[in-house]
Design a protein around this ligand. Structure first.
Ligand SMILES: Nc1nc2c(ncn2[C@@H]2O[C@H](COP(=O)(O)OP(=O)(O)O)[C@@H](O)[C@H]2O)c(=O)[nH]1
Ligand SMILES: [Mg+2]
Ligand SMILES: [Zn+2]
Length: 279
């Protein structure tokens, strides 16, 4: 049988298969071969013996939280409290692109901004749509539900952005703890928690604060460059152009001509350590 690990508790691995959960142990061989299953792993398992026999190849794997085979990430991004940050949004997008996870931009707290305040942000978001990303609001519940189908999704974003609120709306049965922003921003509260994939609308989802203390420094400059997907539309003369000090760089030209959003380019420089300014 092929199932997916949805939770791990000491040596019990909870495997989901055809809407049932089977608590399984691993073959003894795993320990010897240093095979460490994580939540999200697709496995071949024996339903009656409750033994996991094989961990299937992973599409991706994250270390913190320890999860694998994530198809898409809802980047829950608040417009206010906490303030909207293109730097943070770009960081999440890069992290997901590097891991081959599809980013979906999910905007929250639209109700806290006036139309006037919203307009410049709307312009920026239009750019993200133009380069291929889905942008939606936390009020688009039917759309979100339809996107969950047959996928393994994570909801990630800053503490206080509204992840738990949204998941509770999608599934009132969960009753996830909704944080008081002022307390939650004080850090350190929900950091250690069991990672679990929940079934929802024919898909699997996870609410995680785990990706929120983001640091791209463990990735190479080339990986970060390639995570800015729209740069690939502007092939530079030098194939390995980093779009920094090179002359005749087509990407830099596109930034100057407003074909590439300037904040994206500046954030790129920021992430590869060529510039210390945030924006
Ligand atoms: N005004 C407004 N408040 C929201 C919205 N979404 C969430 N909140 C509030 O933001 C706070 C943090 O929400 P929570 O879901 O705990 O954020 P999480 O840390 O990302 O899980 C709570 O007080 C929510 O009631 C929204 O769309 N509009
Ligand atoms: Mg939460
Ligand atoms: Zn270039």
């Amino acid at each position: 049988m092929k199932g997916q690990i949805v939770k791990i508790s000491s040596d019990l691995h909870f495997v989901s298969f055809e809407n049932q959960i089977y608590p399984c142990k691993c073959r003894g061989l795993f320990r010897k071969e240093h095979i460490l299953p994580v939540v999200g792993d697709y496995v071949l398992f024996h339903k009656d013996k409750k033994i996991i026999e094989e961990v299937l190849p992973r599409k991706n794997v994250f270390q913190r939280p320890k999860v694998s085979n994530i198809d898409q990430a809802f980047l829950v991004t608040s417009l206010k409290l906490p303030d909207f940050s293109l730097n943070l949004l770009d960081k999440f997008i890069s992290l997901m692109e590097i891991h081959h996870v599809k980013p979906i931009i999910c905007i929250t707290k639209r109700d806290l901004l006036t139309e006037e305040e919203l307009n410049p942000i709307r312009d920026a978001l239009k750019y993200y749509e133009e380069i291929g990303y889905t942008v939606l609001y936390n009020t688009d519940l039917d759309l979100i539900k339809s996107l969950l189908k047959n996928k393994t999704s994570v909801f990630t974003g800053q503490t206080g952005a509204g992840k738990s609120t949204l998941l509770n709306k999608l599934n009132p049965d969960w009753n996830l703890e909704v944080g008081d922003v002022s307390v939650a921003l004080g850090r350190g509260k929900h950091t250690t928690r069991v990672v679990e994939l929940f079934s929802l609308f024919d898909g699997k989802v996870m609410d995680t604060p785990g990706f929120s203390s983001l640091d791209l420094s463990e990735y190479s400059k080339e990986e970060i460059r390639d995570s800015f997907v729209e740069f690939q539309n502007y092939p530079c003369l030098y194939k390995d152009c980093m779009h920094t000090k090179e002359e005749e760089c087509v990407v830099k030209k596109a930034v100057l001509e407003n074909h590439i959003l300037e904040s994206r380019y500046l954030n790129y420089l920021n992430f590869i350590g060529e510039d210390s300014n945030e924006n």
